[in-house]
Design a protein around this ligand. Structure first.
Ligand SMILES: Cc1cc2nc3c(=O)[nH]c(=O)nc-3n(C[C@H](O)[C@H](O)[C@H](O)COP(=O)(O)OP(=O)(O)OC[C@H]3O[C@@H](n4cnc5c(N)ncnc54)[C@H](O)[C@@H]3O)c2cc1C
Length: 293
């Protein structure tokens, strides 16, 4: 009965030509990464008429990050640094995006479609959430209402001591997104030595992939981490040693059980890093860059 009267009132308002009040999207997802993308698909599968608005600080539509440390380096196409394309296992060209741009409705159109859809608001930060009034504030100052909210903002890598220093900003980078791939690709082309610091899977993959792509005669990759073997937090010792061998065979210099103690940028732009192993210190010189993973 209630539903019927809603239709009648809706029809009556429509007949009078009155503009309906702007509806809130049923779901607002903060973030344009993998979590947000798959949440959008799952929400639509369970609630087929839902209006899903993704709000993302990124310029790009949601994309798959794993190829950034593997396929793009190992099987990238000719202009991989521009088109982010690689040859997949089937032999076909692939890019890292989950969907083409046409998949996403324009945010202004979301309410026009009876059966809803997924819309993407790019280059936009959510700066505030008001759970009482069920609305988020954007960096443009605009407010967006929601019925249900998902926060899928991922994480940001930190630059640890001794790499964290304002005067090293142009010589130290973290590695987390497509622009980081493009930046490191350019640096690797222009450099003779890069230090990779950290012991995550991404660090090991990147040491392997970049060295494979460029070859040890063109580019020296030094992989430094404090633990005994690569990916120690997630792998048992025998598998870790297998990974160490695979990376070393490509020509990567692995400095395990090693802590960086001092980093300095020389007047010629090169970087030198002091390393400490078993109480002894030595310097790595003529580095172009340090990448933190
Ligand atoms: C190089 C690399 C290789 C990887 N390889 C693997 C692998 O082989 N296997 C594996 O399982 N995992 C891998 N991962 C990890 C995996 O990609 C991440 O776990 C996954 O991307 C996390 O997804 P997410 O959506 O939670 O976060 P993210 O992908 O970080 O997305 C967060 C989103 O939130 C947005 N955002 C942040 N703050 C705001 C805000 N205030 N307002 C609006 N938007 C905001 C960001 O712009 C971004 O769009 C890899 C990661 C990297 C970087």
């Amino acid at each position: 009965m209630a539903l019927r009267s809603r239709f009648l009132i809706g029809g009556f308002v429509g007949l009078l030509g009155l503009k309906k009040q702007q509806e809130a999207p049923s779901y607002v997802l903060i973030g344009g990464g993998t979590a947000s993308y798959y949440a959008a698909l799952t929400i639509r599968a369970y609630d087929p008429n839902s209006k899903v608005l993704m709000i993302s600080a990124d310029n790009e539509a949601p994309y798959n990050r794993p190829p950034l440390s593997k396929e793009l380096w190992l099987h990238g196409t000719k202009n991989v640094d521009k088109n982010l394309e690689y040859i997949g296992v089937t032999g076909k060209k692939r890019d890292i995006k989950y969907e083409s741009d046409g998949f996403y409705l324009s945010p202004t159109d979301l309410n026009k479609f009876e059966h809803g859809g997924v819309s993407l608001l790019r280059n936009t930060h959510v700066t505030q959430i008001d759970p009482v009034n069920k609305e988020v504030t954007l960096d443009t100052g605009k407010k967006v209402k929601y019925e249900k909210l998902l926060i899928a903002t991922g994480g940001k890598p930190k630059i640890p001591y001794p790499f964290y220093s304002p005067h090293l900003r142009n010589k130290v980078m973290t590695y987390n997104n497509a622009s980081d791939f493009q930046k490191l690709y350019r640096i690797a082309h222009e450099s003779s030595a890069i230090l990779i610091y950290g012991n995550s899977a991404t660090a090991a993959e990147l040491a392997f992939s970049v060295q494979t792509k460029f070859g040890k005669d063109k580019l020296k990759i030094i992989h430094v981490f404090p633990e005994q073997y690569p990916m120690q937090e997630s792998l048992p010792p025998n598998v870790g040693e297998f990974v160490r061998n695979a990376i070393s065979e490509k020509g990567v210099i692995i400095e395990s059980r090693t802590q960086p103690t001092f980093v300095n940028q020389l007047p010629n732009g090169q970087v030198e890093v002091e390393l400490e192993k078993d109480g002894e210190k030595h310097k790595l010189k003529k580095l172009a860059y340090a990448s933190i993973l």
